[in-house]
Design a binder for this molecule. Structure first.
Ligand SMILES: NC(=O)c1ccc[n+]([C@@H]2O[C@H](COP(=O)([O-])OP(=O)(O)OC[C@H]3O[C@@H](n4cnc5c(N)ncnc54)[C@H](OP(=O)(O)O)[C@@H]3O)[C@@H](O)[C@H]2O)c1
Length: 253
């Protein structure tokens, strides 16, 4: 797969799955617009990408829950590269709690980040994607399809994101724009870092999660990046409106 001359915008590129995806696309010669909140982490990934193929990414520090920042992300990308071919809506947060103990602050933050910001950024990107006959890949989660007592707002946000993928795929198909999601199972990233568990508790939590995965191993960020790369490529030209589970078999249980 070669993305030479393709402009790829990746949100949440400063860490985890988004960072691996940025590195994956940089190796395929893509022109990258990388978005994250933590400037130092974003710069590190941008430099790594630049070293891979010599293309210098545009790194934009932005909080996507802020509409002004989201608008700046699209404006600066178009101003810098002149077009947009691939939008990877990957930034996300997790919120802990069920109906008994999820604060509205947690609920609002999860929905603002995982859903509202995706809706708004995609709406801003759509005219440019129609022009380029580009595509969108959304990072959803196995949680979209599996009930949990521990992460109610997160699961709801990802279930809605899958419906967003399907509706927008249907709407934009006549414009030649494809839209898909990837739905990973557990991956070792920084996602669970701030959920309020001690290191020991987190280790035990992860051990249990991985123990419940039929393949008994976490999914790796590189595998997910490769799947996103495939869905964004011409090899997937007939695929739209699909949710691809990459979860070590977790969806089977
Ligand atoms: N890890 C898993 O097991 C797993 C499984 C299924 C799906 N996912 C999904 O994968 C996606 C990436 O998560 P990850 O696991 O790679 O976690 P991660 O390492 O914590 O990365 C999350 C990324 O999202 C960015 N982000 C969060 N809120 C943002 C905001 N308001 N504005 C801009 N950027 C924001 C973070 O930026 P900063 O770090 O710069 O703040 C970071 O780059 C998420 O959508 C998550 O739901 C993860």
């Amino acid at each position: 797969m070669d993305f030479a001359d393709k402009v790829v915008l990746i949100t949440g590129a400063s860490s985890g799955i988004g960072a691996a995806t940025a590195i994956h696309f940089s190796k395929q010669s893509a022109k990258l617009s990388l978005i994250g909140r933590k400037e130092n982490n974003l710069k590190k990934i941008a430099l790594y990408c630049e070293k891979a193929k010599g293309n210098k990414p545009l790194a934009i520090t932005a909080d996507l829950t802020d509409d002004g920042d989201a608008k700046r992300v699209i404006d600066e990308t178009i101003e810098h590269f002149g077009k947009l071919d691939v939008l990877v809506n990957n930034a996300g947060v997790i919120g802990m709690g069920g109906i008994k103990n999820t604060s509205m602050e947690i609920y609002d933050n999860v929905m603002a980040t995982n859903l509202r910001s995706v809706f708004f950024l995609t709406s801003l990107a759509t005219p440019h994607l129609i022009k380029s006959k580009g595509c969108i890949v959304n990072t959803s989660c196995i949680a979209s399809n599996k009930p949990s007592t521990m992460t109610l707002s997160y699961n709801m946000s990802k279930a809605a994101l899958d419906q967003f993928t399907k509706c927008v795929a249907l709407e934009l198909a006549p414009d030649g724009v494809r839209v898909n999601s990837i739905n990973p199972g557990f991956v070792k990233t920084n996602l669970l870092k701030d959920i309020g568990l001690t290191e020991d508790q987190l280790e035990l939590f992860i051990k249990n999660v991985v123990g419940n995965m039929p393949l008994k191993k976490p999914v790796e960020t590189d595998e997910i990046a490769a799947l996103i790369g495939f869905l964004a490529s011409g090899n997937a030209k007939s695929i739209t409106g699909s949710c691809y589970f990459i979860d070590g078999g977790s969806n089977l249980k």
